[in-house]
Ligand binder design. Structure first.
Ligand SMILES: Cc1ncc(COP(=O)(O)O)c(C=O)c1O
Length: 404
Protein backbone atom coordinates (compact mmCIF):
# COMPACT_ATOMS: atom_id res chain seq x y z
CA UNK A 1 0.00 0.00 0.00
CA UNK A 2 1.31 3.41 -0.91
CA UNK A 3 -0.25 5.38 1.89
CA UNK A 4 0.14 2.94 4.73
CA UNK A 5 0.63 4.59 8.08
CA UNK A 6 4.36 3.89 8.42
CA UNK A 7 6.15 4.44 11.72
CA UNK A 8 4.42 6.12 14.70
CA UNK A 9 6.56 9.26 14.19
CA UNK A 10 5.52 9.45 10.56
CA UNK A 11 1.88 8.85 11.47
CA UNK A 12 2.06 11.70 13.87
CA UNK A 13 3.78 13.98 11.41
CA UNK A 14 1.57 13.12 8.48
CA UNK A 15 -1.76 12.41 10.04
CA UNK A 16 -1.68 14.20 13.42
CA UNK A 17 -3.48 17.48 13.81
CA UNK A 18 -1.41 20.24 15.43
CA UNK A 19 1.93 18.85 14.24
CA UNK A 20 0.59 18.21 10.78
CA UNK A 21 -0.15 21.88 10.14
CA UNK A 22 3.20 23.14 11.42
CA UNK A 23 5.71 20.33 10.69
CA UNK A 24 8.37 20.65 8.01
CA UNK A 25 7.23 19.55 4.58
CA UNK A 26 10.13 17.97 2.66
CA UNK A 27 10.77 18.48 -1.03
CA UNK A 28 11.02 14.81 -2.02
CA UNK A 29 11.39 12.16 0.62
CA UNK A 30 11.61 8.44 -0.08
CA UNK A 31 8.71 6.14 0.76
CA UNK A 32 10.29 2.84 1.77
CA UNK A 33 7.25 0.66 2.00
CA UNK A 34 6.03 -2.51 0.27
CA UNK A 35 8.58 -5.35 0.37
CA UNK A 36 11.55 -3.15 1.30
CA UNK A 37 12.08 -4.46 4.84
CA UNK A 38 11.49 -8.07 3.79
CA UNK A 39 14.02 -7.91 0.95
CA UNK A 40 16.60 -6.09 3.08
CA UNK A 41 16.19 -8.69 5.83
CA UNK A 42 16.79 -11.36 3.22
CA UNK A 43 20.14 -9.73 2.32
CA UNK A 44 21.17 -9.79 5.98
CA UNK A 45 19.95 -13.34 6.54
CA UNK A 46 21.81 -14.68 3.50
CA UNK A 47 24.91 -12.52 4.08
CA UNK A 48 24.68 -11.15 0.53
CA UNK A 49 25.28 -7.49 1.33
CA UNK A 50 27.91 -6.58 -1.22
CA UNK A 51 27.99 -6.52 -5.01
CA UNK A 52 27.29 -10.21 -5.49
CA UNK A 53 23.80 -11.48 -4.78
CA UNK A 54 20.50 -12.37 -6.41
CA UNK A 55 18.85 -8.95 -6.07
CA UNK A 56 21.28 -7.30 -8.50
CA UNK A 57 20.26 -9.56 -11.37
CA UNK A 58 16.66 -9.42 -10.34
CA UNK A 59 16.68 -5.61 -10.30
CA UNK A 60 18.30 -5.60 -13.74
CA UNK A 61 15.87 -8.03 -15.31
CA UNK A 62 12.76 -6.50 -13.71
CA UNK A 63 13.89 -2.99 -14.67
CA UNK A 64 14.50 -4.02 -18.28
CA UNK A 65 11.11 -5.74 -18.43
CA UNK A 66 9.34 -2.71 -16.93
CA UNK A 67 10.82 -0.47 -19.59
CA UNK A 68 10.49 -2.85 -22.51
CA UNK A 69 14.28 -2.84 -22.99
CA UNK A 70 16.34 -5.95 -23.68
CA UNK A 71 19.15 -5.28 -21.20
CA UNK A 72 19.63 -3.31 -17.99
CA UNK A 73 22.97 -2.99 -16.18
CA UNK A 74 22.98 -1.79 -12.59
CA UNK A 75 25.54 0.83 -11.55
CA UNK A 76 26.64 2.54 -8.35
CA UNK A 77 24.96 5.83 -9.37
CA UNK A 78 23.33 7.63 -12.26
CA UNK A 79 26.55 9.56 -12.78
CA UNK A 80 28.47 6.27 -13.05
CA UNK A 81 25.88 5.03 -15.56
CA UNK A 82 26.43 8.10 -17.74
CA UNK A 83 30.19 7.78 -17.44
CA UNK A 84 30.13 4.15 -18.51
CA UNK A 85 27.73 4.99 -21.35
CA UNK A 86 30.20 7.53 -22.73
CA UNK A 87 33.04 5.02 -22.39
CA UNK A 88 30.96 2.45 -24.27
CA UNK A 89 30.57 4.95 -27.08
CA UNK A 90 34.33 5.64 -27.14
CA UNK A 91 33.80 9.30 -26.39
CA UNK A 92 37.10 11.03 -25.73
CA UNK A 93 39.25 14.07 -26.50
CA UNK A 94 38.26 15.73 -29.76
CA UNK A 95 34.65 14.53 -29.58
CA UNK A 96 31.68 16.86 -29.20
CA UNK A 97 28.78 15.82 -26.99
CA UNK A 98 25.66 18.00 -27.22
CA UNK A 99 23.86 18.32 -23.87
CA UNK A 100 21.31 20.69 -22.33
CA UNK A 101 22.82 23.58 -20.46
CA UNK A 102 19.80 23.51 -18.14
CA UNK A 103 20.28 20.33 -16.14
CA UNK A 104 21.82 18.98 -12.96
CA UNK A 105 25.61 19.09 -13.19
CA UNK A 106 25.88 15.27 -13.28
CA UNK A 107 24.63 15.29 -16.89
CA UNK A 108 27.74 17.20 -17.94
CA UNK A 109 30.49 15.97 -15.62
CA UNK A 110 30.97 12.56 -17.28
CA UNK A 111 31.64 14.33 -20.59
CA UNK A 112 34.49 16.15 -18.85
CA UNK A 113 35.71 12.92 -17.18
CA UNK A 114 36.23 11.60 -20.72
CA UNK A 115 38.09 14.72 -21.86
CA UNK A 116 35.44 15.35 -24.53
CA UNK A 117 33.85 18.71 -25.35
CA UNK A 118 30.39 19.42 -23.95
CA UNK A 119 28.43 21.60 -26.35
CA UNK A 120 25.76 23.31 -24.28
CA UNK A 121 22.32 23.57 -25.85
CA UNK A 122 19.75 26.14 -24.73
CA UNK A 123 16.32 24.96 -23.57
CA UNK A 124 13.01 25.05 -25.37
CA UNK A 125 10.45 27.23 -23.58
CA UNK A 126 7.80 24.68 -24.52
CA UNK A 127 9.52 21.74 -22.78
CA UNK A 128 12.39 23.08 -20.61
CA UNK A 129 14.44 20.33 -22.28
CA UNK A 130 17.05 20.81 -24.98
CA UNK A 131 15.73 22.87 -27.89
CA UNK A 132 15.46 20.30 -30.69
CA UNK A 133 15.09 22.98 -33.36
CA UNK A 134 18.37 24.59 -32.35
CA UNK A 135 20.07 21.19 -32.47
CA UNK A 136 18.59 20.31 -35.87
CA UNK A 137 19.70 23.68 -37.27
CA UNK A 138 23.21 23.14 -35.92
CA UNK A 139 23.39 19.63 -37.41
CA UNK A 140 22.25 20.99 -40.78
CA UNK A 141 24.82 23.79 -40.56
CA UNK A 142 27.69 21.41 -39.72
CA UNK A 143 26.60 19.00 -42.43
CA UNK A 144 26.49 21.79 -45.01
CA UNK A 145 29.96 22.99 -44.04
CA UNK A 146 31.40 19.50 -43.77
CA UNK A 147 32.23 20.36 -40.15
CA UNK A 148 32.73 17.78 -37.38
CA UNK A 149 29.47 16.23 -36.23
CA UNK A 150 28.84 15.51 -32.54
CA UNK A 151 29.67 11.95 -31.56
CA UNK A 152 26.80 11.83 -29.09
CA UNK A 153 23.67 13.83 -28.34
CA UNK A 154 22.89 13.43 -24.67
CA UNK A 155 19.23 14.33 -24.24
CA UNK A 156 18.20 14.98 -20.64
CA UNK A 157 14.57 14.51 -19.61
CA UNK A 158 14.44 17.17 -16.89
CA UNK A 159 12.03 17.08 -13.96
CA UNK A 160 10.20 14.01 -15.28
CA UNK A 161 9.36 15.57 -18.65
CA UNK A 162 10.13 13.69 -21.89
CA UNK A 163 12.47 15.58 -24.22
CA UNK A 164 11.43 16.24 -27.81
CA UNK A 165 13.20 13.33 -29.51
CA UNK A 166 11.00 12.52 -32.49
CA UNK A 167 12.92 14.43 -35.17
CA UNK A 168 16.22 14.25 -33.31
CA UNK A 169 16.23 10.45 -33.27
CA UNK A 170 15.74 10.42 -37.05
CA UNK A 171 18.53 12.94 -37.66
CA UNK A 172 20.90 11.08 -35.33
CA UNK A 173 20.35 7.93 -37.39
CA UNK A 174 20.88 9.83 -40.63
CA UNK A 175 24.21 11.29 -39.50
CA UNK A 176 25.52 8.30 -37.52
CA UNK A 177 25.30 10.20 -34.23
CA UNK A 178 24.50 8.24 -31.08
CA UNK A 179 21.51 9.34 -29.03
CA UNK A 180 22.09 8.86 -25.31
CA UNK A 181 19.27 9.64 -22.88
CA UNK A 182 19.86 10.97 -19.40
CA UNK A 183 16.57 9.79 -17.92
CA UNK A 184 17.80 10.08 -14.32
CA UNK A 185 14.79 12.20 -13.32
CA UNK A 186 12.15 10.70 -15.55
CA UNK A 187 11.63 7.01 -14.79
CA UNK A 188 8.05 6.24 -15.82
CA UNK A 189 7.58 9.13 -18.27
CA UNK A 190 6.29 8.06 -21.67
CA UNK A 191 5.56 9.49 -25.10
CA UNK A 192 1.85 9.84 -25.67
CA UNK A 193 1.55 10.40 -29.40
CA UNK A 194 3.47 10.53 -32.64
CA UNK A 195 5.88 7.80 -33.79
CA UNK A 196 7.25 7.40 -30.25
CA UNK A 197 3.79 6.90 -28.67
CA UNK A 198 3.90 4.40 -25.82
CA UNK A 199 7.69 4.45 -25.54
CA UNK A 200 9.27 4.88 -22.12
CA UNK A 201 11.90 7.58 -21.81
CA UNK A 202 15.35 6.04 -21.77
CA UNK A 203 14.47 3.50 -24.49
CA UNK A 204 14.49 5.77 -27.54
CA UNK A 205 18.26 6.24 -27.82
CA UNK A 206 20.93 3.57 -28.10
CA UNK A 207 21.56 3.87 -24.37
CA UNK A 208 19.46 5.28 -21.54
CA UNK A 209 20.65 6.10 -18.00
CA UNK A 210 18.66 6.31 -14.77
CA UNK A 211 19.35 7.33 -11.18
CA UNK A 212 18.01 5.89 -7.93
CA UNK A 213 19.38 8.42 -5.50
CA UNK A 214 17.29 9.34 -2.48
CA UNK A 215 15.06 11.97 -4.07
CA UNK A 216 14.21 10.00 -7.23
CA UNK A 217 10.81 8.42 -7.86
CA UNK A 218 12.36 5.01 -7.19
CA UNK A 219 15.34 4.93 -4.84
CA UNK A 220 17.87 2.29 -3.93
CA UNK A 221 19.58 4.63 -1.49
CA UNK A 222 21.99 5.37 -4.30
CA UNK A 223 22.37 3.70 -7.64
CA UNK A 224 21.86 3.88 -11.36
CA UNK A 225 20.97 1.79 -14.39
CA UNK A 226 21.94 1.66 -18.04
CA UNK A 227 19.38 0.27 -20.48
CA UNK A 228 20.04 -0.81 -24.04
CA UNK A 229 18.81 -3.25 -26.66
CA UNK A 230 22.37 -3.90 -27.86
CA UNK A 231 23.79 -7.11 -26.33
CA UNK A 232 27.42 -6.21 -27.00
CA UNK A 233 27.05 -2.82 -25.29
CA UNK A 234 25.32 -4.53 -22.37
CA UNK A 235 28.12 -7.07 -22.01
CA UNK A 236 30.79 -4.42 -22.13
CA UNK A 237 28.88 -2.20 -19.67
CA UNK A 238 28.92 -5.04 -17.14
CA UNK A 239 32.63 -5.55 -17.82
CA UNK A 240 33.50 -1.88 -17.29
CA UNK A 241 31.46 -1.60 -14.09
CA UNK A 242 33.30 -4.60 -12.63
CA UNK A 243 36.89 -3.34 -13.00
CA UNK A 244 37.14 -4.87 -16.51
CA UNK A 245 37.82 -8.15 -14.77
CA UNK A 246 38.34 -11.11 -17.09
CA UNK A 247 36.34 -14.07 -15.78
CA UNK A 248 38.34 -17.25 -15.26
CA UNK A 249 41.71 -15.47 -14.94
CA UNK A 250 42.55 -14.40 -11.40
CA UNK A 251 43.19 -10.68 -11.11
CA UNK A 252 43.47 -10.05 -14.81
CA UNK A 253 41.83 -6.90 -16.16
CA UNK A 254 41.98 -6.24 -19.88
CA UNK A 255 41.32 -2.46 -19.86
CA UNK A 256 40.69 0.42 -17.48
CA UNK A 257 37.52 -0.40 -15.57
CA UNK A 258 35.62 0.97 -12.60
CA UNK A 259 34.19 -0.26 -9.35
CA UNK A 260 30.74 0.95 -10.33
CA UNK A 261 28.73 -2.09 -9.20
CA UNK A 262 25.50 -1.79 -7.27
CA UNK A 263 25.35 -3.68 -3.98
CA UNK A 264 22.85 -6.45 -3.36
CA UNK A 265 21.42 -4.38 -0.47
CA UNK A 266 20.80 -1.39 -2.72
CA UNK A 267 19.37 -3.63 -5.43
CA UNK A 268 17.00 -5.24 -2.90
CA UNK A 269 15.63 -1.80 -2.08
CA UNK A 270 15.47 -1.01 -5.79
CA UNK A 271 13.41 -4.14 -6.52
CA UNK A 272 10.96 -3.29 -3.72
CA UNK A 273 10.64 0.29 -4.96
CA UNK A 274 10.20 -0.72 -8.58
CA UNK A 275 7.21 -2.83 -7.51
CA UNK A 276 5.63 0.44 -6.34
CA UNK A 277 6.47 2.55 -9.38
CA UNK A 278 2.94 2.54 -10.76
CA UNK A 279 1.50 3.66 -7.42
CA UNK A 280 4.17 6.34 -7.14
CA UNK A 281 3.33 7.59 -10.64
CA UNK A 282 -0.35 7.86 -9.74
CA UNK A 283 0.58 9.82 -6.60
CA UNK A 284 2.94 12.20 -8.45
CA UNK A 285 0.36 12.88 -11.14
CA UNK A 286 -2.40 13.43 -8.59
CA UNK A 287 -0.16 15.88 -6.69
CA UNK A 288 0.57 17.75 -9.94
CA UNK A 289 -3.14 17.96 -10.82
CA UNK A 290 -3.92 19.40 -7.36
CA UNK A 291 -1.13 21.98 -7.68
CA UNK A 292 -2.37 22.90 -11.17
CA UNK A 293 -5.91 23.39 -9.88
CA UNK A 294 -4.77 25.29 -6.78
CA UNK A 295 -2.61 27.73 -8.74
CA UNK A 296 -5.05 28.30 -11.59
CA UNK A 297 -5.73 32.02 -11.94
CA UNK A 298 -3.21 32.98 -9.24
CA UNK A 299 -1.21 35.98 -10.50
CA UNK A 300 2.53 35.73 -11.17
CA UNK A 301 2.93 31.96 -11.41
CA UNK A 302 2.94 29.47 -14.30
CA UNK A 303 3.42 25.71 -14.06
CA UNK A 304 6.18 24.04 -16.08
CA UNK A 305 5.20 23.40 -19.72
CA UNK A 306 3.15 20.36 -20.77
CA UNK A 307 3.97 19.36 -24.32
CA UNK A 308 1.10 17.43 -25.90
CA UNK A 309 3.26 14.42 -26.84
CA UNK A 310 4.50 13.65 -23.36
CA UNK A 311 3.07 11.88 -20.34
CA UNK A 312 5.33 13.32 -17.63
CA UNK A 313 5.91 11.97 -14.14
CA UNK A 314 6.05 15.40 -12.44
CA UNK A 315 9.04 14.12 -10.46
CA UNK A 316 9.43 17.58 -8.93
CA UNK A 317 6.44 19.85 -9.54
CA UNK A 318 7.95 23.12 -10.70
CA UNK A 319 6.70 26.60 -11.52
CA UNK A 320 8.01 29.84 -12.97
CA UNK A 321 7.42 33.10 -11.13
CA UNK A 322 7.47 36.52 -12.82
CA UNK A 323 10.87 37.70 -11.61
CA UNK A 324 13.98 36.42 -9.87
CA UNK A 325 13.22 38.68 -6.88
CA UNK A 326 9.74 37.18 -6.57
CA UNK A 327 11.18 33.67 -6.81
CA UNK A 328 13.79 34.33 -4.12
CA UNK A 329 11.22 35.97 -1.84
CA UNK A 330 8.81 33.05 -2.39
CA UNK A 331 11.54 30.57 -1.44
CA UNK A 332 12.17 32.57 1.76
CA UNK A 333 8.48 32.67 2.58
CA UNK A 334 8.05 28.95 2.00
CA UNK A 335 11.15 28.14 4.03
CA UNK A 336 9.89 30.33 6.86
CA UNK A 337 6.64 28.37 6.80
CA UNK A 338 8.59 25.08 7.14
CA UNK A 339 8.12 24.16 3.49
CA UNK A 340 11.11 22.84 1.59
CA UNK A 341 11.05 24.32 -1.91
CA UNK A 342 14.08 24.59 -4.16
CA UNK A 343 15.37 26.81 -6.97
CA UNK A 344 16.11 25.13 -10.28
CA UNK A 345 19.66 24.42 -11.47
CA UNK A 346 22.27 26.95 -12.43
CA UNK A 347 22.85 26.29 -16.15
CA UNK A 348 26.08 24.45 -16.95
CA UNK A 349 27.42 27.44 -18.90
CA UNK A 350 27.52 29.38 -15.61
CA UNK A 351 29.65 26.75 -13.84
CA UNK A 352 33.44 27.11 -13.64
CA UNK A 353 34.06 23.58 -14.97
CA UNK A 354 32.11 24.38 -18.15
CA UNK A 355 33.55 27.86 -18.77
CA UNK A 356 34.48 28.23 -22.41
CA UNK A 357 32.38 25.25 -23.54
CA UNK A 358 30.85 25.90 -26.96
CA UNK A 359 27.17 26.77 -26.95
CA UNK A 360 24.16 26.29 -29.19
CA UNK A 361 21.71 29.15 -28.69
CA UNK A 362 22.23 32.02 -26.29
CA UNK A 363 21.30 30.17 -23.12
CA UNK A 364 18.70 32.86 -22.43
CA UNK A 365 15.81 30.40 -21.95
CA UNK A 366 17.86 28.30 -19.51
CA UNK A 367 18.75 31.51 -17.63
CA UNK A 368 15.09 32.47 -17.24
CA UNK A 369 14.15 29.02 -15.92
CA UNK A 370 17.11 29.06 -13.53
CA UNK A 371 16.37 32.56 -12.28
CA UNK A 372 12.62 32.31 -11.92
CA UNK A 373 11.90 28.63 -11.42
CA UNK A 374 11.23 26.74 -8.23
CA UNK A 375 10.18 23.23 -7.29
CA UNK A 376 7.48 22.54 -4.70
CA UNK A 377 7.18 19.58 -2.31
CA UNK A 378 6.43 16.55 -4.42
CA UNK A 379 6.94 13.48 -2.21
CA UNK A 380 4.56 10.64 -2.98
CA UNK A 381 3.69 10.80 0.74
CA UNK A 382 2.56 14.44 0.53
CA UNK A 383 -0.85 14.61 2.21
CA UNK A 384 -3.65 16.81 0.89
CA UNK A 385 -3.47 18.85 4.10
CA UNK A 386 0.24 19.50 3.66
CA UNK A 387 -0.24 20.30 -0.01
CA UNK A 388 -3.02 22.75 0.90
CA UNK A 389 -0.57 24.41 3.29
CA UNK A 390 1.99 24.79 0.47
CA UNK A 391 -0.68 26.19 -1.85
CA UNK A 392 -2.06 28.58 0.76
CA UNK A 393 1.43 29.92 1.57
CA UNK A 394 2.33 30.43 -2.09
CA UNK A 395 -1.05 31.92 -3.00
CA UNK A 396 -0.96 34.31 -0.08
CA UNK A 397 2.57 35.41 -1.05
CA UNK A 398 1.70 35.90 -4.72
CA UNK A 399 -1.58 37.72 -4.18
CA UNK A 400 -0.07 40.13 -1.65
CA UNK A 401 3.02 40.86 -3.81
CA UNK A 402 0.96 41.34 -6.98
CA UNK A 403 -1.43 43.79 -5.27
CA UNK A 404 1.45 46.02 -4.08
C1 LIG B 1 19.58 14.83 -14.77
C2 LIG B 1 20.44 14.03 -13.85
N1 LIG B 1 21.47 13.34 -14.38
C3 LIG B 1 22.26 12.57 -13.62
C4 LIG B 1 22.06 12.46 -12.27
C5 LIG B 1 23.04 11.65 -11.48
O1 LIG B 1 22.50 10.65 -10.73
P1 LIG B 1 23.21 10.18 -9.36
O2 LIG B 1 22.92 11.21 -8.33
O3 LIG B 1 22.54 8.87 -9.08
O4 LIG B 1 24.67 10.04 -9.63
C6 LIG B 1 20.98 13.14 -11.67
C7 LIG B 1 20.63 13.05 -10.25
O5 LIG B 1 21.09 13.03 -9.28
C8 LIG B 1 20.17 13.97 -12.47
O6 LIG B 1 19.17 14.67 -11.94
Amino acid sequence: MLFDAGSPERRHRHFGTATMTTGRIPLAEPHLTGNASRYLAECLRTNFVSSVGPFVERFESEFAARLGATHAIACASGTAALHVALRLLDVGPGDDVFVSTFTFVASGNPILYQGATPVLVDSDEATWNLDATLVLDELARRHRLGARMPKVIEAVHVLGQAADLEALAVECDRHGITLLEDAAEALGATYSNGPLAGREVGTVGRLGCFSFNGNKIVTSGGGGMIVTDDPSLARRAKHLTTQARVPGRAYFHDEVGYNYRLTNVAAALGVAQLELLDEFLVAKRRIAARYDAGLLGVPGVAPSPRPRWSNPTHWLYSVLLDTEEARDAALDRLQHAGIEARPLWTPLHRMPAFQGAPRIGTGAVAEVIAQRGLSLPSSVTLTENDQDRVLATLREFLTTTSSR
